[in-house]
Design a protein around this ligand. Structure first.
Ligand SMILES: Cc1cc2nc3c(=O)[nH]c(=O)nc-3n(C[C@H](O)[C@H](O)[C@H](O)COP(=O)(O)OP(=O)(O)OC[C@H]3O[C@@H](n4cnc5c(N)ncnc54)[C@H](O)[C@@H]3O)c2cc1C
Length: 481
């Protein structure tokens, strides 16, 4: 048996119940990490309790929400914009079951794809609920109650997260719902209340608003998407208000009651004034918490923080040698790409290589329309750290391609350190901001100055030209402003 640099035992294929790496959870952290570890020659198994692979992201998160966001955006465009382009759609109507079927087909295609990727890369897929018996032994109980015990040199906990419920308004899966049910409602609610003005609430609120619901968002803080650059968040609030969203900010839901298919909420604002609100359905989107139910991690000595997250060192090792954790179950932004990068970095370390995640350049996207995408420091964060900085902005109103698309709402904002011109943060609200942010992330990963982006040739007419113009504007020399 070979020993890799980091101490993982590399076993032989004949050793069926013993692995070098056993990954618990086949979400983006787990399945990507498992594949990378197998590519590097380790004998890897991945255990998943759900019948399909892909975790929250592929089954009940990123993918189904984006499938519905794209479908509902087509519907909204057909209603409000097609005529402007000279396309007349008489008799336009919604076929919600067909829209849901398409979403399910997209999900199935991608989750089946992971089965193929596991086969291709030699990852052994085990179905069942995993429970740690000791730092090298895991019991796996399948849905039919049968169980098996497997051993592994390294165990990677990638068990993800679950929605947080409100004590005053527990989920009932019908009228008081989490994002999971909001992805499969049987009909368009007339009145939908969304509690929580973060990415998930605004995205799913957008889906149902576009399909005809009256959507009210209640948010505890006086602003949307906490942590995002305030100028960008305010612009998003204005754009969504124009679309028909109602926002009740700086307010909390103190009580809720479900009766006759209707939910009545008591809402208290920051001045202590109370009011009542009724809805057909209430989507509680106040955040997610790590999921470790029945895992047996605490029992083998894994230490958790006060928020239920597994404490890890900089190489993702928990307090128990040989037991690691990645993704939503550890501190950091709960994002699929963050989980993936951690999975890859850990796999590389387990194979004796140097894995690394740059936590300063994690992009964050809100897939509303216009979309919001950000990376690096917000202006508020730059101010609070005392860095001397300059800001360049550019409106999509002056971007030729955005005008051709009839999608000129929004702006790009580049924040750069005054002395070095190094880019500190880039914030975009506008069409396809989710795609545009990739250039910003790459620039920051390579330590670019605003001038580097400004001097890079961009094809014309394209949306990314707006990023270049904002970078030029850091030095007050945008050509189109
Ligand atoms: C509606 C919604 C939209 C989202 N949109 C985005 C987006 O656009 N972009 C983005 O980056 N992120 C998005 N996210 C967040 C993203 O889904 C998560 O950050 C990501 O899935 C975390 O990956 P993970 O591998 O840590 O965990 P998960 O994807 O949660 O996977 C964990 C897996 O572990 C399994 N598991 C748990 N316990 C056990 C056990 N004991 N035994 C066996 N298996 C177990 C679970 O069944 C699950 O499949 C969204 C989330 C939601 C809910």
């Amino acid at each position: 048996m070979q020993i890799a640099e980091c101490g993982v035992r590399i076993g032989s294929m004949a050793d069926t119940q013993r692995f070098d790496v056993l990954v618990i959870g086949a979400g983006p952290g787990g399945y990507v990490g498992a594949i990378r570890a197998a590519q590097l020659g380790l004998r890897v198994a991945c255990v998943e309790k759900m019948p399909t692979l892909g975790g929250t992201c592929l089954n009940i998160g990123c993918i189904p929400s984006k499938a519905l966001l794209d479908s509902s955006e087509w519907f909204a465009q057909a209603h409000s914009k097609f005529a402007h382009h000279g396309i007349v759609c008489d008799g336009l109507r919604l076929d919600l079951p067909a829209m849901m079927n398409r979403k399910d087909t997209v999900v199935q295609g991608l989750t089946h794809g992971i089965v193929g990727l596991f086969k291709k890369n030699g990852v052994i897929s085990l179905q069942g609920h995993a429970r740690l018996l000791d730092p090298q032994t895991v019991e796996i109980t399948a849905d039919d109650g049968t169980s098996q015990t497997v051993q592994s040199g390294a165990i990677v906990i990638a068990t993800g997260s679950e929605p947080i419920s409100l004590p005053s308004l527990p989920f009932d899966g019908d009228r008081v719902i989490s994002s999971t049910e909001a992805l499969s409602l049987p009909e368009v609610p007339q009145r939908l209340v969304v509690i929580g003005g973060g990415a998930i609430g605004l995205e799913l609120g957008s889906v149902w608003l576009r399909l005809g619901a009256k959507v009210t968002v209640i948010e505890l803080l006086p602003r949307l998407i906490p942590g995002t650059d305030t100028q960008i968040a305010s612009a998003l609030q204005r754009a969504l208000t124009k679309q028909g969203f109602t926002f009740i900010l700086g307010a909390r839901v103190t009580q809720g009651a479900v009766q006759d298919k209707q939910v009545t909420l008591t809402v208290e604002n920051d001045k202590g004034q109370r009011s009542e609100l009724t809805a057909d359905r209430v989507l509680v989107a106040v955040g997610r918490k790590p999921y470790t139910a029945g895992l047996g991690a605490a029992e083998v000595g894994v230490v958790f923080d006060e928020r239920g997250r597994i404490v890890v060192d900089k190489h993702y090792q928990t307090s128990v040698p040989g037991v690691y954790a990645i993704g939503d179950v550890i501190p950091g932004p709960m994002l699929a790409h963050k989980a993936e990068e951690e999975g890859v970095a850990l796999a590389e370390r387990l194979a004796g290589r140097a894995g690394h995640v740059n936590y300063d350049v994690i992009p964050g996207v809100v897939y509303t329309w216009p979309e919001v995408a950000t990376v690096g420091l917000s202006e508020e964060a730059a101010k609070s750290t005392g860095i001397d900085y300059r800001v360049g902005t550019f409106s999509f109103l002056a971007n030729g391609r955005a005008r051709c698309m009839d999608e000129a709402e929004g702006m790009v904002k580049v924040i750069a350190e005054t002395k070095s011109d190094r880019v500190l943060g880039i914030h975009i609200i506008g069409p396809r901001a989710s795609d545009l942010i990739a250039e910003a992330v790459l620039a920051m990963e390579f330590g670019a100055a605003a001038e580097d982006i400004a001097r890079t040739m961009h094809a014309h007419p394209t949306l990314p030209e707006a990023l270049r113009e904002a970078a030029l504007n850091v030095d007050r020399r945008s050509r189109q402003s």
